[in-house]
Design a protein around this ligand. Structure first.
Ligand SMILES: *[C@@H]1O[C@H](CO)[C@@H](O)[C@H](O)[C@H]1NC(C)=O
Ligand SMILES: *[C@@H]1O[C@H](CO)[C@@H](O)[C@H](O)[C@H]1NC(C)=O
Ligand SMILES: *[C@@H]1O[C@H](CO)[C@@H](O)[C@H](O)[C@H]1NC(C)=O
Length: 380
């Protein structure tokens, strides 16, 4: 959401934040430098914390950006993430079990599929299906996950993370993304300036746009936080399938072509207008090719011994698959999905509920519910 277009709920939330913390009038919302303008060569320039402003409304950065073997454990608060390949990517997830993403978008930490990033590892068997897509302008990973294993509440329809947010500090605040996908040297990690990540409904999508591309900000658009993966990352990922493909670029999120050939732009209604009940278009899933399929136990062999907090001991009281609920194939969550596509994306949708505003926290309960309603409509 752009800083000038603060929604009603955002304003309310900001007011609430100020009241709750009874902060003095000196506290402000915006940092002098937006997160998306902070660029650090990896690893030499990465600071301990990227977000160092101490007088801002959302408080301080939760974790840190220098992550190494010392920080690599299941209590890590690493907020530097990577997206390199189908067997090597990180997602943003909560630090504490049972969390609702919309409440803590600003505090998400990195959960990775491989050791070596100083982050938490995604527990064994959490990933149920993954599609990695490389296109001319971005790399994208979409998948199905038992989200309780990365500390999300089972019925959470989630939220959207990106390096902007209503106050430009990013969600998570200070979060960095790197990739070795945009060059030939696999040991060179380029900072991804524009990216978006929807988590929720037991599915996820993450797109990292090539910073050298002319349209990175468009492909990785961060404004459509209420319409999920299906519209922000149209895909045909399938639950149970692990594959890496090459693909054409998507349309820019929110841009679509009418039957008569006219190109139109979608306007996302504000949250205070209620849940989104209809969409004027179906997103187009781009063509893909050269898909290679994999076995998850081979891809994620390093995760074999990693257990989720609840797994080792007794099962949580509520059953973890609830999220699945929706899942009518399409989506489970993923609701998002373009229906057509089925899946994967879906997640996002669910995710939609959440807004990317920093301050959605106050309304998050409601937002999550909207997410469910919205996805129910798509599943029906
Ligand atoms: C490892 O990371 C921690 C946390 O950011 C940092 O304090 C420490 O200096 C790092 N260690 C090395 C050897 O870089
Ligand atoms: C999921 O959807 C696809 C395509 O719509 C369909 O072919 C498949 O049978 C569905 N799977 C389940 C488990 O419903
Ligand atoms: C994906 O498939 C697994 C079974 O392998 C199922 O438990 C899970 O609910 C499915 N996820 C979604 C989002 O449909």
């Amino acid at each position: 959401m752009s800083p000038v277009a603060l929604s009603f709920s955002t304003v309310l939330a900001l007011a609430a934040a100020v009241t709750i913390s009874s902060v003095s009038a000196q506290q402000s919302t915006f940092p002098p430098t937006p997160l998306a303008d902070k660029h650090f060569a990896y690893p030499t320039e990465v600071p301990y914390k990227v977000d160092t402003d101490t007088n801002l409304i959302r408080g301080q950065q939760t974790g840190y950006n220098i992550c190494n073997s010392t920080t690599e454990n299941q209590a890590s608060l690493c907020q530097t993430a990577f997206i390199n390949s189908i067997d090597d990517f990180c997602l943003w997830g909560p630090k504490d079990p049972g969390s609702i993403v919309a409440n803590i978008e600003g505090e998400m930490i990195s959960w990775c599929t491989k050791p070596g990033h100083g982050s938490r590892l995604i527990p064994n068997d959490a990933l149920k299906g993954v599609q990695f897509m490389r296109t001319p302008d971005y790399v994208q990973v979409v998948g199905f996950i038992d989200q309780t294993k990365i500390n999300m509440a089972s019925d959470d329809w989630g939220g959207e993370m990106d390096p902007h947010g209503a106050d430009l500090r990013g969600n998570p605040m200070g979060g960095l993304f790197y990739s070795n996908s945009f060059g030939t040297d696999k040991n060179k990690f380029t900072q991804v300036i524009e990216w978006h990540n929807f988590m929720g409904g037991n599915a996820f999508c993450l797109k990292a746009c090539d910073p050298a591309g002319p349209n990175a900000a468009h492909f990785c658009e961060h404004r459509f936080d209420r319409i999920g993966c299906a519209y922000n990352a149209p895909n045909n990922a399938q639950n149970g399938t692990f594959e890496a493909c090459k693909g054409d670029n998507q349309d820019f999120p929110g841009i679509y072509t009418l039957p008569d050939g006219t190109v139109a732009t979608y306007t996302q209604p504000p949250e205070d207008a209620g849940s989104i009940q209809t969409m004027p278009y179906q997103p187009k899933v781009p063509a893909s090719s050269e898909c290679e399929t994999f076995t998850s136990s081979v891809l994620f062999a390093a995760l074999a011994s990693v257990t989720a907090p609840g797994d080792a001991t007794s099962a949580p009281a509520s059953t973890p698959t609830a999220g699945g609920s929706s899942n009518a194939n399409t989506s489970g969550g993923s609701g998002v999905s373009t229906r057509g596509t089925g899946t994967g994306t879906g997640s996002a949708q669910g995710a939609q509920g959440t807004s990317n505003d920093a301050e959605t926290m106050v309304v998050s309960g409601v937002v999550t519910l909207f997410g469910v309603v919205f996805s129910a409509m798509f599943f029906a």
